[in-house]
Each structure stands twice: as structure tokens, then as C-alpha cells.
Design a protein around this ligand. Structure first.
Ligand code: PHE
Ligand code: ZN
Length: 882
């Protein structure tokens, strides 16, 4: 919290550090009401560009009480150094020297969950991006890499004392205190530092690496969570094997640890050898976690593990390069998830998420390039653009260079830059050098914000037997970028005949056809590709697998889309065609609804659904995806002016209509799938549960007694959380008041001692679109299990309401907006990072009608007017109002 105007930091101002820190020796003394941190830094001048005189040493530090500072063993007096709100400045007298600092901090009062803090009874740290400066004075920037040795001293109430690397010594102190020393042989930036102290139980396993080294794998959790670690451990072992097989990356320390904490701002953190996780991303048991939660644990464990190479061994030069590690690592974890599950379904889920959320960010006031040019608070740039769009950019490289070329590029990148802090340009350069490719134009994906539009048209010349595809690309302006240049857009495609078979592809000028699927690299603002040798007009299947993060349009007729939804050999594009068909119909009906005319359902959607429901050969997980209508969030994103009430009502009406007219085929399928089989976590069983629960949600819309009976029975008899929670969601969103209240009461009683399960109980209710949402949410805030100190609870109640409950949040009187603004103002002094994240739905005000725009802006203005806003909230609010 500060009084002066927060400063903007620019990429163009980057300068190499004046000093290096070769070695960092830390000793932590942990007490019940404070901690003492003693550091000893072996420092050396950066020779590069060194002039005659030694520049001052400016160390970062925030919210620290300086106890003592010494230079080359000489204790300094007040006049020997300068101290201000975020720096400590010394004047070294030699090119190599030792700085020793002692600071006093209060982890017990650290509600921001950055630096050293307490979660429950345990001490833990979170240092990325700039949290280490809340522990001690340091060069807290990722390009300063140092070898760390850490000693932790605490009372015996904290039997487990952990830090990065390997334990090298331990001992007893008088007064029941003990200590452990850890040594990390790999130089690392301070953001990868970690420390944990607590009374934790250990789940242990081992892994033999490709070169035959045995790694000690450890998961530490609070004793009551012991039974919920099996899936994380299994995911870890599979991740380690996968990274060896797919990227040739072997683990490098002798021990790998994961610790689960309940209070955590994000999902998890890749600290070297000591990953710290939000418990929601580690714990999973069939009774307490849904299939989706199981998949999330698998993906996050993999993500953090993969960072050991993409992030830790090769790290970022500065925080503008964040996507260097995050985009690449999200791409890697998505490849892993695809390999572990159904590749098509997993791609569908990723793309659905990206389009509903990242596209909205890219169209809003916080839009920024994958490599931003400036920021006020770096915590605000852990965004969907840096992570998800960044991963799409890496995926496009993979598509353009091919599996092998990409692997050669990543091998060269890791070999060339091992132990270095580098830039996105270095990553691209390795890809270029390994492939002899020129990616100069491709790099615009890193510097230009906004979602490109790709308008496609075709021309068939029956006389010549040619088919031309004409591509036109453009990109809307974003803050600070009014003009955009064309980017390289890889379009994976095929041409289909009347049976849906892929035709051989032959470009004009080619002697013979080559394959039936190709990647067209669209580089110009306008570009034509012409195929020859065609005897009938083909139907193009374009942007397969969503080969580029763009908004593509092609003048398909509804019949074309029906045909593709049933026949495209590419599973992803079958789904895409079905979604596009549904979206087009929904959009048309919204206009009709707004005009006050009665709704009618185009029978073609029903026919596609009928075909899906009656073809028992299809993968149930795919059928479930295809039966899902485009989400409300995505419908908002594609609207000029989003009418959330109309979107919700029309979408629900269509769902009801489909349920009523297809109940006869849905029932037998539901009953087949609801076979009472013993629970199994395998992909096939998950697929069956997914389809079963999708059907249940449709059947409940018929409002029949049979449906509610089936739902209650499923709730009561479920042998896993996926089925139980799905039934609860249906009941909560229904008008069967008695059954709803009974299920909610039962659920709360059953799971009152399981905070993560109570998060589900909260979010199911907070997201319920029935009238009266705000009143229900305000009541949830009073529930004893709710806490403003726990980010998971905030997300489960306030986050679910503002992000998933569009009709209630956007209530015309603005009460939802006011509620959110008040909660943000209440949270900002406690936890600015989470407060700033909660602002997202208010930043989207330009999407709504004039009256709502005014109400949303008024709340933003009210936040802006509050005294002593954090830089985090200040940045998002000021940019949203600009
Ligand atoms: N680096 C973490 C990840 O993506 C995310 C994170 C950022 C966690 C900042 C905490 C704080 O894996
Ligand atoms: Zn990450």
C-alpha cells in the first residue's frame, strides 16, 4: 500500500544488473509472532559495461524491518546506507564483497500470501514474481541467479522443515528448537526460493530416471489429507516419464517435493525441488473430488514439474518474458493431458475455455501482447493471454515446424540456454536455427495484442477442376495499438467430398497430390491457395484442431454445418461445426426473443442431437461435448452488445426444447449409463459419467417426476463425487424446493470437515441462475465455513457469482456490481492480488447496454476514489476506465 502514484515499468528500459549474487546463505529463525531472516550474499560486480567507479548497490525490499546490515563483515551505521519504502542502497568499496543483512518480518500478519506467511499452522513462502523482497533485501529480479543454502530453525512443533535442493545437515538447539540446512546446487532466481515449516505427514514414492538415477518423491500434507494424495503422486510419476520420452528431459536433483497448503493465491508454484500447491490442485479422492478435479490435479502437477526445465533450468530474463516459461509450459501440460486422456476432448475443453475467456480479455481494456511492453504490477500479468494464448503461439510453432522440427528446436533451446535467464526472442531463435526457418513475421504473435479475424471465401471452377480458398486477415485495435500487421496463421485443413471423405490435395503447380490434410501458412493480409484435380465442389474443413487462436468465418450454410457435424472425419471440427450451428441458431433466436416474438427451434439441431444420442459407436465423452450448447460466457463474447437475460432465457429454452423432444431417446441412454458399476477412475468410465450427467441435466429440464426421482436417487446412491455433485447441481438449479434443500443440507453435513468439498457446495449455489442470486450469495458469506482470508473460498462464492452467474450478477438495478465493488474494497487491504483478479467481470463493461455500462463504470469509479488502493487494483481499475 502506498501513497504516491504507482509507476509504470517498460520493457524498453531493461538493463542488465550492476551486480551478481554468486551465493546466497539464508538462516530463518521462526517464532510464533515473528521471524528473523539472516542473509549473507557473496556479490560481484557485473563486468559487462563496467565503468571505472563502482555503482551503488540497490537492493529491493518491502515491508521489512531492517535489524542490521554489514558490508564485508563491517556493521554499517545509519548514515552508511539509505533506506526507503522499497530499497536499501549501499556503496561497495570493491568489485567483490559480502553483504550480510538481518530483517524482522511477521508472517503471522501476512494476509497478502506473498513472501513468508502462515497458512493454518504451517509456515510457507510464495516468491513469484516479486515476493522475495518481502523476506529480505535482495536483487529480486529473475536474471540474478544464485546458489542458495538455507537453514531453517523452529520449535519442535514444526517437525518438518523444508527448502530447495537437498538436506545436508540438521541438529537440535536448546529450548526444544531444531534446525535443518538445505543446499540447492542449481543457481536460481529468488522467485524460485521456497521454505516450508509445519507438522506434516509424508507420502513417499520413488522414480527411476532414464539414466537410472533413483529420485525420492515426497508429498507433504496435513495429516487429515493423507488419503487424498495418490492421484497427485501417480500424476507426478507419469509426468516425469512423459518429459523424458517426449522432450528428452531428465530430473536433476535427488529429491522432488510437493507441499499442499490451504491458503494460496494461485494454483501452484514451481519452486526448485519444492513445489508448493494450492491444496485444490493436489488433493483428490473419488469421494471428494470430481473427474474434472482429478484432471486438473493431473494437469497442474505436470505443469509444475515441467517447469523444472521450462522455467527453472532455463528461466526468464525479466518479467515481460513471462510467457517464455508459462506459454511453453502450458503447451507442454496440454500435450501431456492430451496423451493421458482423449486428445480431441481435451483440445475441445481447452479451446472452449480460451474462446470464452482469453478472447474476452483480448477484446477488453486489459488487452496486452503475449509479451507485454509495460506494466504497473506484474502480478496482474499472470493472465490468460500470457498463459493460454502464449501456449497457442507455441502450439502454432509446433504445427508449422512439425513434431520433429519442434523437438529439434526445443533440444537446442535447452542445450543452448541451460542455466541462463533468456527472452522469447531466444526461444524463437533456437526454433529458427534448429530448422533453418525464418520466423521473423511469426514473432508478431508476441508483440501484437488482439484476436485476429480470418475471413475465408472459396471459388470452385468446374471447367478447370480448381478450388480456391481466399483468406483475408485483420486484427482489431487494442489499447496502445491501433494498427496491426499481418501475422502468420497456420490453417490445418482438408477438403471433403459429398460422403465426407477427405480428398487428395494438390496445389496448382504440384505434379501430384500430397496427402489429404495440410497446413496452409497464411501470411499476407490477403492470400489465395488453389487446389486442382477436383471433379466436384468440395466442402472445406478449416482450422482443424483450432490450429490458430483466431476468429475464423466461412459462409457455411446450416446444411453444411449439419453435414460437417455428422461427417467431418476430424473429431474436433465435428464438434466445432455443431457449436457453430447452435451458436448461429441461438443468435438468431435472441433477436426474435428481443422482438417479443415466440421462439421456434430449427429441427436441424434436434436432428444432430438425435443422431448423437442414437449412435452407440461414438465416444461418450465426445457425445457429451457435442450435446453441450455454447456457454453463456462465449455467447457474451461473440455479441456486439450482450443481453445476458436474453442469452440465458433463449439458451435455457433451447435446452428445454431439446430435452422435451428427445427425452424418449435420452432416458434409455441415461439408464444404460447409470449402471451402478463400481467406481473406476479410468478414461472410459469418466467418459460414461460425463455423458450420463449431461443427460441428467437435460432430463431435469423436462420437470417430470421421473427426472427428479432419478436425480435424487443418483444423489443418494452415488459412489463418487462426480455423480453426486452433478445431481446436486441439477437439484439446486431446479424448482424442486424440498429435494433441493434436503440435498444441500445433506451435502453440508456430510462434508463440513472438508474445506475443498465445501468450496464446491458454495460455488454450486453461488452460480445458480435462479432469481434471488445476490440474496443467496450474501447469505453464503455469513456461513461459518466462509472466510475472506482464504482465496479458494473467495473464488467459490464471490468469483462464481460474478463470473458464472451472469443473469444475477448483471441484474438491471446494478446490485450485483455494487456487491462486487464492495467486496473488492474490503479485500484489497488484505490481499491485493486476489482483489485485482476479482475485478475482471467489471472490466468487461463495454460489452453491455448503455444503462449497465453506466452502472459498471460507476462502481469502478467508486473503487478508484477509495484511498490507498493497492497498485494491483489501481492498475486494473485505471486501465478499465481509460
Ligand atoms: N508460476 C506459477 C505457475 O504457473 C503460477 C504462480 C504465479 C503462482 C505467481 C504463484 C504466484 O505454475
Ligand atoms: Zn506455470
Amino acid at each position: 500500500m502506498r501513497t504516491e502514484q504507482p509507476k509504470t515499468i517498460y520493457l524498453k528500459d531493461y538493463q542488465a544488473p550492476e551486480y551478481w549474487i554468486d551465493e546466497t546463505h539464508l538462516t530463518f529463525e521462526l517464532f510464533e509472532d515473528h521471524a528473523l531472516v539472516h542473509s549473507r550474499l557473496n556479490m560481484r560486480r557485473n563486468e559487462q559495461g563496467a565503468g571505472q567507479s563502482l555503482p551503488p548497490l540497490v537492493l529491493d525490499g518491502q515491508l521489512l524491518e531492517l535489524v542490521s546490515v554489514a558490508l564485508d563483515e563491517q556493521l554499517l551505521q545509519a548514515g552508511d546506507y539509505q533506506l526507503d519504502e522499497d530499497t536499501l542502497t549501499l556503496q561497495p568499496a570493491a568489485a567483490a564483497f559480502v553483504v550480510a543483512v538481518t530483517t524482522r518480518i511477521e508472517p503471522q500478519h501476512n494476509t497478502a500470501l506473498e513472501g513468508l506467511y502462515q497458512s493454518g499452522k504451517m509456515f510457507c513462502t510464495q516468491c513469484e514474481a516479486e515476493g522475495f523482497r518481502k523476506i529480505t533485501y535482495y536483487l529480486d529480479r529473475p536474471d540474478v541467479m544464485s546458489r542458495f543454502t538455507t537453514t531453517v530453525i523452529a520449535s519442535r512443533d514444526y517437525p518438518i522443515l523444508l527448502s530447495n535442493g537437498n538436506p545436508v545437515a540438521n541438529g537440535e538447539e536448546k529450548g526444544g528448537r531444531h534446525w535443518v540446512t538445505w543446499e540447492d546446487p542449481f543457481p536460481k532466481p529468488a522467485y524460485l526460493f521456497a521454505l516450508v515449516a509445519g507438522d506434516l505427514c509424508l507420502i513417499q514414492d520413488s522414480f527411476t530416471t532414464m539414466s537410472g538415477r533413483e529420485i525420492d518423491l515426497r508429498i507433504y500434507v496435513e495429516p487429515e489429507n493423507r488419503e487424498q494424495c495418490g492421484h497427485a503422486m501417480d500424476s507426478l510419476k507419469r509426468s516425469m516419464r512423459w518429459d523424458e520420452e517426449v522432450y528428452g528431459r531428465e530430473y536433476d536433483l535427488d529429491i522432488f517435493m510437493i507441499v499442499a497448503v490451504n491458503d494460496f493465491n494461485m494454483g501452484a508454484m514451481e519452486n526448485k525441488g519444492l513445489n508448493i500447491f494450492n491444496s485444490s490442485c493436489v488433493l483428490a479422492h473419488p469421494d471428494t473430488a470430481t473427474d474434472l478435479a482429478f484432471q486438473r490435479v493431473e494437469a497442474v502437477v505436470a505443469h509444475e514439474y515441467f517447469h523444472n526445465w521450462s522455467g527453472n533450468r532455463v528461466t526468464c530474463r525479466d518479467w515481460f518474458q513471462l510467457s517464455l516459461k508459462e506459454g511453453f509450459t502450458v503447451f507442454r501440460d496440454s500435450q501431456f493431458s492430451a496423451d493421458m486422456n482423449s486428445p480431441t476432448v481435451s483440445r475441445i475443453e481447452h479451446v472452449g475455455f480460451l474462446r470464452a475467456n482469453q478472447f474476452a480479455e483480448d477484446a477488453g481494456p486489459m488487452a496486452h501482447p503475449v509479451r507485454p511492453d509495460s506494466f504497473i504490477e506484474i502480478s496482474n500479468f499472470y493472465t490468460l493471454t500470457v498463459y493460454e494464448k502464449g501456449a497457442e503461439v507455441v502450439r502454432m510453432l509446433h504445427t508449422l515446424l512439425g513434431e520433429q522440427g519442434f523437438r529439434q528446436g526445443s533440444d537446442l533451446y535447452f542445450e543452448r540456454h541451460d542455466g541462463q535467464a533468456v527472452t522469447c526472442d531466444d526461444f524463437i531463435k533456437a526454433m529458427e536455427d534448429a530448422n533453418g526457418a525464418d520466423l521473423g513475421q511469426f514473432k508478431r504473435w508476441y508483440s501484437q495484442a488482439g484476436t485476429p479475424r480470418l475471413a475465408v471465401e472459396s471459388r470452385y471452377d468446374a471447367a478447370k477442376g480448381t478450388f480456391s480458398l481466399l483468406f483475408r486477415q485483420s486484427c482489431p485495435p487494442t489499447p496502445g495499438q491501433s494498427e496491426k500487421l499481418p501475422q502468420v496463421i497456420p490453417v490445418r485443413m482438408a477438403l471433403l467430398d459429398r460422403e465426407g471423405k477427405e480428398l487428395p490435395l494438390q496445389f496448382e503447380g504440384e505434379a501430384a497430390p500430397v496427402g489429404t490434410e495440410r497446413v496452409l501458412a497464411v501470411a499476407g493480409a490477403e492470400q489465395v491457395f488453389t487446389f486442382t484435380g477436383l471433379t466436384e465442389e468440395p466442402l472445406p474443413s478449416l482450422l482443424r484442431g483450432f490450429s490458430a487462436p483466431v476468429k475464423m468465418s466461412y459462409p457455411y450454410s446450416r446444411d453444411d454445418r449439419v453435414f460437417l457435424a455428422k461427417n467431418d472425419p476430424d473429431g474436433f471440427n465435428r464438434w466445432e461445426a455443431g457449436q457453430a450451428l447452435a451458436l448461429e441458431m441461438l443468435q438468431g433466436m435472441i433477436g426474435i426473443h428481443q422482438a417479443g416474438r415466440p421462439l421456434l427451434l430449427d429441427q436441424r439441431l434436434r436432428d444432430v442431437f438425435y443422431a448423437l444420442l442414437t449412435d452407440r459407436e461414438l465416444d461418450p465423452a465426445m457425445v457429451a461435448e457435442m450435446l453441450r450448447l455454447p456457454s453463456e460466457a462465449y455467447m457474451v463474447e461473440v455479441s456486439e452488445v450482450a443481453d445476458v437475460d436474453a442469452i440465458h432465457q433463449v439458451r435455457e429454452w433451447v435446452r428445454g426444447e431439446l430435452a422435451n423432444t428427445l427425452a424418449d431417446v435420452m432416458w434409455p441412454l441415461y439408464r444404460d449409463l447409470d449402471d451402478g458399476a463400481a467406481y473406476s477412475p479410468d478414461a472410459g468410465s469418466m467418459a460414461r459419467r460425463s455423458l450420463k450427467n449431461t443427460l441428467l441435466s437435460y432430463l431435469m429440464l423436462t420437470g417430470s417426476q421421473d427426472a427428479v426421482d432419478a436425480c435424487v436417487r443418483q444423489y443418494v446412491e452415488a459412489n463418487n463425487m462426480t455423480d453426486r455433485q452433478a445431481a446436486l447441481v441439477c437439484l439446486v438449479n431446479s424448482d424442486f424446493e424440498k429435494q433441493k434443500q434436503a440435498a444441500l443440507a445433506d451435502f453440508a453435513e456430510r462434508w463440513k470437515d472438508y474445506p475443498l468439498v465445501m468450496d464446491q457446495w458454495f460455488s454450486v449455489q453461488a452460480a445458480c441462475a435462479l432469481p434471488g442470486g445476490l440474496v443467496r450469495v450474501e447469505k453464503l458469506l455469513e456461513h461459518p465455513a466462509f472466510s475472506m482470508r482464504n482465496p479458494n473460498k473467495i473464488r467459490a462464492v464471490i468469483g462464481a457469482f460474478a463470473n458464472q452467474n451472469l443473469v444475477n450478477f448483471h441484474a438491471a438495478d446494478g446490485a450485483g456490481y455494487r456487491f462486487l465493488a464492495e467486496r473488492i474494497l474490503q479485500l484489497d487491504p488484505l490481499n491485493p492480488q486476489v482483489a485485482a483478479r476479482l475485478l475482471t467481470p467489471l472490466t468487461r463493461w463495454r460489452k453491455y447496454d448503455a444503462a449497465r455500462q453506466e452502472l459498471m463504470k460507476a462502481e469502478l469509479a467508486r473503487i478508484m476514489a477509495a484511498s490507498s488502493l493497492s497498485p494491483d487494483v489501481y492498475e486494473v481499475v485505471s486501465k478499465s476506465l481509460a
